[in-house]
Design a protein around this ligand. Sequence first.
Ligand code: ATP
Length: 289
Amino acid sequence: ARQFTRPLNDLANQFNTLLSAVAGAERVFEILDLDEETIDEAAAVTLSNVCGEIEFRNVSFSYEEDSQTIRDVSFSASQGEMIALVGPTGAGKSTIINLISRFYDAESGSIWIDGQEIKKVTRESLRKAMAFVLQDSYLFEGTIRENIRFGRLDASDEAVIEAAKTANAHSFIMKLPNQYDTILKQDGGGISQGQKQLLSIARAVLADPVILILDEATSSIDTITELQIQEALGRLMKGRTSFVVAHRLNTIRRADQILVLSEGRIIERGKHEELLARKGFYYELSGQQ
Ligand code: ATP
C-alpha cells in the first residue's frame, strides 16, 4: 500500500535528514524523489522550453478512500500569472500545490502544463521548471553562500550576491560578522524567521524557475522585514506563473486570480475587488483579517 505523507509539511524534516546523508548538495525535489511517490510512465516525455501555462480540468483527488479532498476543480493559469489560493484550513490549498508539483496524481480529470498532460511528463523535468518558497525555509548546515547557491549549483559568487540583492537579503548578510561565510545551523538558527525567508527567496531567484510555488508564512514577522519580503516576492514573481497559498491581504490583492476554496471546491473566483463586491464567502473571509 502506498504511504501517505504530507510532502510540503514534511519537506523540512526529510530535507535536513537526507541532505546530510547525501554527499554534495542536490536539489530539493531530487532528494524528494528518493521518497515513494508517483512513478513516471514508461513513455514519459521530458518537458522543455516551459512557458508555465497550467490548466486543471475537472480534477478530483482524495488521500483516503472515504473522503474527497479536491472536488471537480477547474481553472487555468496563463504564463506569468499569479494565482492566489485562499480558504479556510483544510480547504485543499496545499493539496492543489501537491498536485501541480506531482507529489500526487489526480484521480479523475487532468492537469496540463503548456498543453501537455503532466502525468505524461517526467517529474524531473517538471520540477526543474519550478522553485518552491515554503513556510519553512529548508536551510541546511553550511554557509549562507552555500544555502543560496543551492538554487543553482553552478552559480558564481557574483550571481549569488546578485540574487541576494534582488531578494533584499544582501544588506542583512553584510551586517553579519562573517557575511556570506556565516555558517547557519541546521535549522538556520541565529537569523530571524523573516531573514530565513529572504534567503529562501534569494535561492529561488537564483534558480530562475518558470513556475513558482509559494506557501506564505503565517507566523508574524516584524514590519520592516515583512515589507522587504513583500517587495522581494514582487520581484521574484514577475514574469513567472506563480501559485501562492496566500495568507497576507497584501499578497492576495496583487493576484491576477484568486481561487477561493472550501471543502475541496472552488466556490468563488476573481480579483480582490470583484470578490469583495460580491459580498460572499471571500468578503467574509477577508473581514476576519
Ligand atoms: P491549511 O490552510 O491548514 O494548510 P489547506 O487548505 O492547505 O489547509 P490541505 O492541506 O490541502 O488544506 O488539506 C485538505 C484536506 O486533506 C484536510 O482535510 C487534510 O486533513 C487532508 N490531508 C492533507 N494531507 C493529507 C495526507 N497526506 N493524507 C491524508 N489526508 C490529508
